[in-house]
Design a protein around this ligand. Structure first.
Ligand SMILES: [Zn+2]
Length: 82
């Protein structure tokens, strides 16, 4: 099973780090984007344990425009990019 630990290890091996790139602030206010991410995560259901609501963790790669958000199930730890 993919967990936040394995996702973070894979992301780190691809030079991703936690947080958001600076350019995101040029598109939307940071707190607006964070709220949007949380709303999306909150509406998702864990495909493994069926618990409603995933916690969101943003990641970015400083050397490129890559930005991703992963959802983490607080119940079983299932993790997937959203
Ligand atoms: Zn779960």
């Amino acid at each position: 099973m993919q967990t936040i630990v394995t996702v973070q290890e894979t992301a780190a091996s691809q030079s991703f780090q936690p947080g958001r790139p600076a350019w995101v602030g040029n598109l939307l206010l940071d707190d607006t984007l964070e709220r949007l991410e949380r709303v999306v995560g909150a509406t998702m259901r864990c495909p493994r344990c069926r618990r409603a609501g995933l916690e969101t963790r943003p990641m970015y790669r400083p050397s490129s425009p890559d930005y991703r958000v992963v959802g983490v199930c607080p119940g079983c730890g299932f993790t997937a990019e959203i």
